[in-house]
Each structure stands twice: as C-alpha cells, then as structure tokens.
Design a protein around this ligand. Structure first.
Ligand SMILES: Cc1ncc(COP(=O)(O)O)c(C=O)c1O
Length: 374
C-alpha cells in the first residue's frame, strides 16, 4: 500500500514512558493505572474512570453493572461498529435498532420513543465517526422515560456539543484506544461515570470479581480479567497529554480533504456541525444517490488497486447474518442506514498524513469517479 487507512502516532515520549514501566516492578495494577484513570476522568470531567483492556470490555461491563440481561432490550443504532450491538448480546439482552439521521449519521432521537417497551432498560447511542450531534436529544428522551444511557463514545474522544464534552451524557460512557483511535494504548478502553457504586462494580468485574479490600483469592462475584496493564496505561497517559495537539493535526487533515474535495457534486463530504467541536476519528465521504452499492464497491477496489487503503464503514449491523438470524431483522427495516451503508468510502486518515498524500488520495478518487460517470 502507498497510503494506509490508519497509522498510530508514537513519539519518543511514549517509547520512554513505556520503557520506564518495563524497568519498574509494576507491570500491572501499579501506579500508572491510577494515574491514567485520574487524568482521564479529569480530562472528560467525570467523577470516576475505570480502565479496561478494550472498548468492548468496557461496554460489556456497563451492561453488567446496570444489571441488563436476558429478557431486557437496549435501543441502539444500526450504523456503528459491530461491538456496540455485540456487547448488548454478550449480556444476553436484545439490541433494538432505531434508524439514523441522514446528515449526522447518529441514531435519530425522534425515532427512539416508538421503540421503547416495558422491556427497555437502556439506550446506547454512538457518536459515530466522532460526531456528537444529537447526543443531547437522546439524553432527554432517556431522562423522560427514566432509562439509563450507555454512551458509546469509542470514536469521539475530545468531541463536544454546545461546550459539553462527549462522555458526560451517559449514565456510563465508554472510550476505546485501538491504534486507529484519537489516542491509543495498543488495546484498551475506559469507562466513565459519576456513580461510585457503578464504578466500584466495574473495578470488581474487571478484576476477577474481587471485592474492595478483600484478598487476592477472595471473589465476591463472577468476574473477568479485563485489566489494562501499566505498560498500556503509560502509553495512554502520554498520548492523553498530547490530545489537543493530536486533535489539531486531525482537524488539519480533515480541512485539507474538505478543501480538495469541495464542489464535487458526486460526493457528500463530512463537515463539522454548527454547535459541535468535532474530534475527527475517520474521514468518510459518501457517494451521491446516483451511484449504486455495486459502483461503490468497484470504487473501493479501484482505490486499493492504486495503493490507497480505503474502508466501507459500516455495513448495516442489523443485516450481519448472526444478528439478522437471531432477531429476524431483514433488508428494508432501516432504509436510511441501508442507503448510507452502500455509499460510504472511508479515506486514509491519521495524525501524520501529509498534504501531499491527501492530494494523491483526492486525485485518484476523482479519476476513479470519472471512470464511473463517463
Ligand atoms: C463505536 C465503537 N464501539 C465499540 C468499539 C470497540 O472498541 P474495541 O475495539 O477497543 O473493543 C469501537 C472500536 O472500534 C467502536 O468504534
């Protein structure tokens, strides 16, 4: 590949921080864990932060802490990464989907209410691609119906809506640190909440069900090993200390794309909504309605053919075969999501992508589009 879809941004500072842990006796459950959690809680502005080994583990622990299980329903978006719905299913509950807003691509708050039943326990919105639009309205619907919100903020570290940071809307909120994310710990995730009981439960569940102040071999409940090592935490602390620099770099890359693709009516280019401070996760353009899904797939292949890595973020979650089969979802259930999913092209996007590389991606994309529209 000439240009990759995503690359981590690791400096000497990160390497030194990781090496310092490797030279210490505390590779896990050491001082870096508490330091990372404190720094993260402070950055987002919440009382408690609980580090875990992935965003998926974090979302799953939220389900357990909120006592969501078999017989319960959780309302979520069909336009997301599969882990959102998977964690509902991992808890034994049913993911109930509501279609998305065609502009910001997040769950449409007005479509949530008709999905609420006496089995609904929570709403799980996602700030997809880092876009926080509509999260405040989801929160209002939840409040009106006395439902918990599990905010899947895995793609949106640093985004804010009307000055309020993403990760502060949920009863519990979760971030993820896979290497394509705004900050990385290699693998990792963070649960945020203002509720001490929920946070303490997650601390126990991530560590084999050990109770606070009990011994290493005393277990109060069924638990897991979802711990994040001090090696990962040291990486996270250093990355978090650079978050504003990282966000600025990503904003610049997004701006280059916006400028170079402006005025091409074959494409819908993402823009920052008015009242949002967007933390760019990926840069996903959409093809105009005149293109078919097959044409989009051919364009993806052609881009890859000239050495540019691209992605089809995302296929509809409700049509993933194991989910469709278990819950009876079918094509046509969520038409906006299905139309959007056939039109997306995720372009290469990362902190250190250069202006020249962005120019190559845009030139190749336009040339390939010409071959489709000739
Ligand atoms: C919306 C969303 N939810 C959940 C996850 C899961 O995070 P992880 O890959 O760290 O388990 C991701 C990560 O890609 C995501 O994008």
């Amino acid at each position: 590949m000439r240009i990759h879809l995503s690359r981590p941004d690791i400096t000497e500072k990160e390497i030194e921080a990781v090496c310092a842990v490797l030279r210490s006796p505390n590779l896990s459950l050491g001082p870096k864990l508490a330091e990372f959690e404190l720094a993260f809680a402070k950055y987002i502005g919440r009382k408690r932060a609980v580090a875990v080994n992935s965003g998926t583990s974090g979302l799953f622990l939220c389900m357990l802490a909120l006592e969501i299980g078999p017989g319960d329903e959780v309302i979520t978006t069909p336009f997301t990464f599969i882990a959102t719905a998977n964690t509902i299913m991992m808890a034994g509950a049913k993911p109930v989907f509501a279609d998305i807003d065609p502009v910001n691509l997040n769950i449409e708050p007005a479509k949530i209410e008709s999905k609420i039943t006496n089995k609904t326990k929570a709403i799980m919105p996602v700030e997809v691609f880092g876009n926080p639009a509509g999260i405040d309205k989801v929160y209002e619907v939840a409040k009106k119906h006395n439902l918990a919100v599990i905010e899947d903020s895995c793609e949106a570290l640093g985004s804010a809506l009307d000055g309020r940071k993403v990760g502060t809307f949920g009863t519990m909120s979760v971030f993820a640190f896979y290497p394509n994310k705004q900050i990385t710990t290699g693998e990792g995730g963070m649960i945020l909440t203002d509720d001490d009981d929920l946070a303490d439960m997650c601390v126990s569940l991530r560590n084999q069900g050990r109770a606070k102040d009990s011994g290493w071999l005393a277990h109060a409940r069924l638990g897991y090993n979802f711990r994040l090592s001090d090696i990962n935490c040291a990486l996270g602390i250093t990355q978090l200390s650079r978050i504003e620099q990282i966000r600025a770099k990503r904003r610049q890359v997004a701006k280059w794309y916006q400028e170079m693709l402006a005025g091409d009516d074959r494409l819908i280019v993402p823009a920052e909504p008015d009242n949002c401070d967007m933390s760019w996760f990926v840069f996903v353009v959409r093809l105009a309605d005149t293109f078919s899904g097959q044409q989009r797939d051919r364009i993806l292949e052609a881009m890859k053919g000239c050495g540019i890595e691209v992605g089809n973020y995302f296929p509809p979650v409700h049509l993933q075969p194991f989910i469709a089969k278990q819950f009876g979802y079918k094509e046509g259930d969520f038409p906006i999501t299905e139309a959007v999913c056939k039109s997306t092209i995720a372009l290469p996007f990362y902190n250190n992508l250069t202006k020249d590389e962005v120019a190559i991606v845009c030139k190749e994309l336009k040339e390939i589009l010409n071959t489709q529209t000739d």
